[in-house]
Design a protein around this ligand. Sequence first.
Ligand code: CA
Length: 225
Amino acid sequence: MIYLLEDEEGIRNFVIYALRKADIEAEGFAVPSELYKAVERKLPRLLLLDRMLPEEDGISVLKKLRSKTETKKLPVIMLTAKGSELDKVEGLDSGADDYITKPFGTMELISRVKAMLRRTQEEPPEGSAAISIGSLFIYPSKHEVSASGEKISLTLKEYELLLFLMKNKGKVFSRDTLLREIWGYDFSGESRTVDVHIRTLRSKLGGCGSIIQTIRGVGYKAGDE
Ligand code: CA
């Protein structure tokens, strides 16, 4: 999930539309107070931040985010209508990771966002082979799961289900297939079992819960937030 703070509705809609078309989940906000609330609910993987905003300046928003532990390292790309060198320096000095000057096209936007997501993909701690999606890590050798840096306690079936989905990242599985793979059932009568486990798993994973996605009419998959 990436967030956009931009007061101009036209640009906001354009950016959200372009990101979603590129399979990047995005949510837009018009004013800083809305963004702060959203960040408290769920940390995005990246923030696109407009420079000129109502309530407070983009630079001030950036400084606030940088002063908090949770958002200190949040990747931020500043959007600005002013392309002056001074503005750029001010943005980068305040802790922006990159800069896009308005007007920008879809191609530029998407490639800069993707590059930033690649660069900031979290690395698992050294010496432990992990499977990861975003900030969700699973360590098969230690039977451990961590989400956004926090250790998560799962039941055996929840763990096995998560491991199976993450090992097969991006692939969609029907409830019947998951039942067979994880529970070893050979019939489809108990597919609700899968739904119940998916629900508890998502809630235990907190902000990383959206990695487990429902594919309507088909089943479930693990994919990027
Ligand atoms: Ca603006």
